[in-house]
Design a binder for this molecule. Structure first.
Ligand code: PSV
Ligand code: MN
Length: 387
């Protein structure tokens, strides 16, 4: 049996990166609701992220999205974040919102558009040199809507060329992570639809290119933990974009829709050594809080990851091995389910208190007055969103 006391060191290693855009307004194609207290600037987003870290001790870094979070002086932004107790993390490039990109970015048939997309990513690397960020994350909205619309083979070649040019600009401590998504916004074909395509490209690039797995980017029923196991085995799991989904890319709070799936993912992460810092896996959230308050939405999210990680760490691997060796199908399944059904909330409360953190971060946030303060202070200006 694995006891909670024996997992506390591993648990202390868990660090989750929060996305700056989670604090801005978001919605669906039907409506984006504004909400009181929403940040107007990247500085206010970082202040919210720092609050999540203060309440949980779990979220020491913030991912940026450019140009949404564009500033003149990234080194100064980094110092601002440090003063608040957090660091700037992954930089996400954005080649999906300019009119030029209507028919693709790195895979556009027009070389001038491809050049523009490459240059944007190189500019992101420039910002990363100032923030000290390790990872450039590339997600492409590229794809086509109708059979025959594009040369899907040529687009792969253009993609490989563009990625190679970006990769050549990487600093020695920087990495490129390529995120896949099976559909949306394109509906017939997507240029990086799955982990295999992402893997083929990153392997061709070199050792500092990795795959980003967004948990919302798979067809229903996909066994995501298998992909986790495979990418860790191949040494190419660069990062997670955690969120949860009921239907498509819902971007809901991770662990809300299917905590058991999150548990199974964390079991494979641990099995593959992914919690060890040297593996370099970044545990990011990629979420939107369309109707709930955003700061507590993020607090709930990082706590969900922590809770499922704790349960996964409690898996009795010796008992599991014994059952597997004996061919005991139901016994092995029972060992796994025992870990999943373990209620870790009380020991986690004590664990936080021992570290000077609020035992109940959700309650502590509600009692802190932070929400009331930002709602009163952040009046006027333009609330941040996907622009
Ligand atoms: C695309 O759906 C995506 O998952 C990418 O990571 C983008 O950068 C992000 O969402 C935008 O929210
Ligand atoms: Mn994502």
């Amino acid at each position: 049996m694995t006891t909670f006391d024996s997992i506390t060191d591993d648990l202390a290693r868990l660090a989750i990166e929060v996305p700056s855009w989670a604090y801005g307004n978001s919605g669906t194609r039907f409506k984006v609701f504004g909400s009181a207290g929403t940040p107007r600037t990247v500085h206010e987003k970082i202040a919210d992220a720092a609050t999540v870290h203060r309440m949980t001790g779990l979220a020491p870094t913030v991912a940026l999205h450019l140009p949404w979070d564009r500033v003149e002086d990234y080194a100064a932004l980094s110092r601002y974040a440090q003063d608040l107790g957090v660091s700037l993390g992954t930089v996400n490039s954005n080649t999906f919102q300019d009119d030029d990109y209507k028919l693709g970015s790195l895979t556009n048939a027009d070389p001038a558009v491809r050049r523009k997309a490459v240059q944007h990513n190189i500019d992101c690397l420039g910002a990363m040199n100032e923030t000290g960020s390790r990872d450039l994350k590339i997600w492409l909205a590229d794809g086509t809507n109708y059979p025959g619309q594009g040369d899907i083979r040529a687009r792969q070649d253009w993609l490989a060329e563009g990625l190679a040019e970006i990769y050549a600009h990487l600093g020695t401590k920087q990495r490129l992570v390529l995120e896949y998504k099976f559909f949306e916004p394109a509906f017939y074909h997507t240029d990086v639809p799955d982990w295999g395509t992402s893997y083929a490209h990153v392997v061709a690039l070199g050792e500092r290119a990795m795959v980003c797995l967004d948990t919302g980017h798979h067809a229903p029923g996909t066994n995501i933990e298998f992909i986790v196991a495979q990418l860790l085995r191949l040494g190419r799991l660069g990062s997670f974009d955690f969120n949860s989904r009921f239907y498509a890319d819902d971007d809901l709070i991770v662990g809300a829709a299917d905590p058991f799936q999150l548990f199974r993912i964390m079991v494979e992460v641990i099995r593959g050594g992914g919690l060890t810092p040297s593996t370099g896996v970044a545990f990011m959230l990629d979420q939107c809080h369309n109707i709930e308050d955003k700061v507590p939405g993020q607090i709930r999210s990082v706590l969900n990851v922590q809770e499922m990680t704790a349960r996964a760490l409690l898996l009795d691997t010796d008992a599991l091995d014994r059952a597997r060796t004996a061919g005991d199908v139901l016994g092995a399944n029972a060992v796994l389910m025992d870990a999943f059904y373990t209620d870790v909330r009380a020991p986690l409360r004590a664990w936080r208190e021992e570290r000077g953190l609020p035992a109940d971060p959700m309650a502590a946030y509600a009692a802190s007055g932070y929400q009331q303060t930002i709602e009163a202070d952040r009046v006027g200006g333009t609330q941040a969103g996907w622009n």
